[in-house]
Design a protein around this ligand. Structure first.
Ligand SMILES: Nc1ncnc2c1ncn2[C@@H]1O[C@H](COP(=O)(O)OP(=O)(O)O)[C@@H](O)[C@H]1O
Ligand SMILES: [Mg+2]
Length: 208
């Protein structure tokens, strides 16, 4: 089983958007996907409840019941972990132990970058990261790569020597898809022609 954690202590930076879209993409590829929503707000589970029954199914784990030692179905191909704002301590340690790939969405604002700093320091100290057994990928969230904000984000991330996988634009496409339990990959291509290319590096990195 392959495992992906989407994490950043900052609320509203795009964790659930990334986790749900990634899960939907993998499910659309006929992969057996389990979502573990570690957030008590349960946004990912709510999204899953909205998902049309005829769509490729995604299994789920319940955070409250399964916290720390979730019963992950053995035949799963992928575990996608969505995490809460401010996750730290044993919950973070446990999630990091499970994760092969750690996706960190960052919005290019001074508030988001400073809130992310300690978290990235913590990740870089993680043994599995140091030993190259797990990998961190940054995603610039709601950003136009041509802007000064994007350049500032890139400058900020240089000190960590971490890959910026891609920039995802600010668009209602994500918001509207979520209303129906969908990811952008579930939408007609004409609605997502600007977004699918932005996702390509994420897909390649996750599968590599
Ligand atoms: N690329 C994007 N474009 C537009 N809205 C976005 C984008 N990414 C996230 N959002 C919106 O921002 C809000 C916070 O995103 P969310 O994924 O819930 O963040 P988190 O899980 O980190 O708290 C949501 O309303 C979501 O729909
Ligand atoms: Mg969330």
């Amino acid at each position: 089983m392959r495992t992906i954690l989407v994490a950043n202590p900052k609320g509203g930076c795009g964790k659930t958007t990334l986790a749900t879209n990634l899960a939907a993409y993998l499910a659309d590829q006929n992969q057996r996907v389990v979502m573990w929503d570690m957030d008590r707000q349960k946004s990912s589970l709510e999204w899953l409840a909205l998902r049309p029954a005829e769509f490729p199914s995604i299994a789920s784990l319940d955070a409250e019941r399964d916290e720390i030692h979730p019963d992950i179905p053995e035949n799963s191909d992928w575990l996608v972990m969505d995490s809460p704002a401010g996750m730290h301590g044993k919950n973070l340690a446990h999630a990091l132990k499970l994760a092969q790939k750690i996706i960190v969405p960052v919005q290019p604002s001074v508030f988001d970058m400073s809130a992310t700093r300690d978290f990235l320091d913590r990740l870089m100290e993680e043994k599995t990261v140091r030993k190259h057994r797990s990998f961190i990928g940054i995603i610039g969230m709601r950003v136009d790569p041509r802007t000064r904000a994007a350049a500032t984000l890139e400058q900020f991330l240089k000190q960590y020597d971490l890959p910026v996988l891609t920039y995802l634009r600010d668009t209602m496409v994500y918001v509207n898809a979520a209303f129906n339990g969908k990811g952008i990959f579930d939408l007609p291509p004409y609605q997502t022609e600007r977004d699918l290319p932005q996702w390509q590096p994420i897909i390649e990195w996750v599968k590599a």
